[in-house]
Design a protein. Structure first.
Length: 541
């Protein structure tokens, strides 16, 4: 929306300037429909590169990938966040058992009568703790727990049995403990447990490199479209010049026909030449509009006002200069600057970490478990709690837990997959290296060959121009025909177009060379920080 308002403001500004000039020059108050709706927007290469950087849909879409990757990284780090946990349970249990009645000592040895005893036990359990996973894979817990038991017997407590074996009732047992569960084989080590975070960090870097690669591709495409538009506009100028020459020839023939120096057939042949050149102008006009729409799609969001009320005018000069290109230095620059190559290396590193992690999962599970702390026992919660923090009753417990999956097919399958993916990444990395060398070599040859084409086309254009001038002089003396002159004129237009195409091909070859080296961002944008400071208001009016 902001870009649209900026473009609208720019169009209105240019339109206001044009209207003011029309009034100063005394032009009519009712201009043509196209003059009312279409205003020129002059663009340099830097303007195109910066507008593409800011508005291209492929680049805008790729900028969301680092945001997604950042979310995955935060999720991976969350595994090491401390967790506060707690639980509270209340249970009620009734049990029934046989007992011997009587209160004498002899009843204890079996001389009393047997009766049924019903016992009701109420248990209250409370636990509160803090859990934290450590980088070695272990889990630490700091836990405070309390368990209270209250047993009620329906027979009472007047028997010698009850008094002899009596326990504290109700009873409370409180504990303050540090617990540790540390894997010793599967899941052990900093590398294994930090792998998920490291892979997420690599994914974020890969996403950032993907943005740079999207910028590289989009800017390259926009710059090539810019030169295609320049080619189409200059081609129109060549065709218009050819049309003017053919119209001048037609006028000469019509004057000669009046004097009886030529036949009607000569005039007809000249008119055919004019019609053919008018057709070429119409074709070039269509080509200009098509290429212009393609460039608009790349540099600014699709906007009806921008598409219908703005026409783009390239301002870059069609000059060229020879440059010495040293292929080894160009390849070295590409290996450092290409974001797709850096991305492939990060992907290989990420898959290597996944491979190492899957290899660890082939091991059996052997965990060390231990806990140590203080406890307190009392007839109520308060007394048990006080005894805990007197730090008198110390207790500890250690042990090992073993788990060996039979067959272990899941871990073996994951390892096989990770190994194959790593091998594929290695092949892809080698392929990209060779592809970069190939692209740089081809781009270098393209620059050199277009320079040779320019020199050859320039010479052919100049010679053809001399031929046409000589033939026109002969035609005016009556020693040549319309057909010969039109053929030479068509050859000149063809050679002028060939020279123009050679120059534009050289410009595009330089763009492709920058793209193959991965330096097109630095060449046309400076840095991404500089590009973000750019304002469309700086575009030349």
């Amino acid at each position: 929306m902001i870009c649209r308002l900026m473009v609208l403001g720019l169009v209105l500004m240019v339109g206001g300037m044009a209207s003011a000039e029309d009034k100063k020059q005394g032009k009519g108050a009712k201009p043509s429909s196209r003059a009312t709706k279409v205003r020129p927007l002059r663009l340099s290469l830097r303007d195109v590169a910066l507008l593409t950087f800011r508005n291209n849909s492929a680049i805008r879409r790729s900028r969301l990938d680092p945001v997604i990757a950042e979310g995955d990284l935060r999720k991976a780090k969350a595994e090491f966040d401390p967790v506060l946990f707690g639980s509270a349970k209340l249970s009620h249990e009734e049990s029934e058992s046989g007992s011997t009645g009587g209160s004498s000592l002899f009843s204890f040895f079996g001389s009393g009568s047997e009766t049924d005893s019903k016992t009701t036990t109420k248990t209250r359990l409370f636990e509160l703790g803090l859990r934290k996973k450590v980088r070695t894979g272990g889990t630490l817990e700091l836990v405070y727990s309390s368990q209270g038991t209250d047993a009620d017997s329906a027979e009472g407590e007047d028997s010698l049995f009850s008094s002899f074996f009596s326990v504290m009732n109700p009873s409370w047992t409180n504990r303050f403990e540090l617990r540790l569960n540390q894997p010793l084989l599967q899941g052990f080590g900093v590398e294994f447990n930090m792998a998920a975070i490291r892979i997420a960090e690599l994914s974020r870097k890969i996403a950032q490199l993907s943005v740079e690669d999207a910028i590289r591709e989009a800017v390259s495409e926009a710059l090539n479209a810019y030169w295609d538009l320049a080619l189409s506009i200059r081609s129109k100028e060549i065709q218009l010049a050819s049309l003017e020459r053919s119209q001048a020839l037609l006028k000469i023939n019509e004057e000669r026909l009046k004097r009886g120096l030529v036949s009607q057939l000569d005039v007809l042949r000249a008119r055919v030449g004019v019609a053919q050149r008018k057709e070429r102008v119409i074709q070039v006009n269509q080509q200009i509009l098509d290429v212009e729409d393609q460039l608009k799609k790349l540099i600014l969001p699709q906007d009806e006002v921008f598409y219908t009320r703005v026409t783009l005018l390239p301002t870059e000069a069609l000059d060229y200069k020879a440059a010495r290109l040293h292929l080894p230095d160009l390849v070295k620059t590409a290996m450092v600057g290409r974001p797709d190559y850096a991305r492939a290396k990060k992907q290989f590193e990420s898959l290597y970490l996944a491979y190492r992690r899957s290899r660890n999962l082939l091991l059996p599970r052997l965990d060390f478990q231990g806990k140590a702390g203080y406890q307190g026992v009392g007839s109520n919660f308060g007394s048990a709690n006080n005894q805990v923090f007197d730090f008198d009753l110390f207790s500890w417990e250690v042990g090992l837990v073993v788990e060996v999956p039979l067959g272990n097919r899941k871990a073996k399958g994951d390892f096989q997959k990770a190994k194959a993916e790593l091998q594929k990444a290695q092949i892809d990395l080698e392929h990209i290296e060779k592809q970069i060398v190939l692209e740089v070599r081809q781009s270098t040859r393209g620059v050199a060959s277009t320079l040779q084409r320019i020199e050859t086309a320039k010479e052919s254009r100049d010679l053809t121009k001399k031929q046409l001038d000589a033939e026109l002089a002969r035609f005016k003396q009556g020693r040549s025909t319309n057909k010969i002159v039109l053929d030479y004129e068509q050859d000149l237009a063809r050679q002028q177009l060939s020279y123009l195409e050679a120059v534009i091909s050289h410009k595009k070859a330089m763009v492709n060379l920058s793209r193959s080296q991965g330096i097109i961002i630095q060449t046309h944008l400076g840095t991404q920080r500089d590009a973000r400071k750019y304002s469309p208001a700086k575009i030349k009016k």
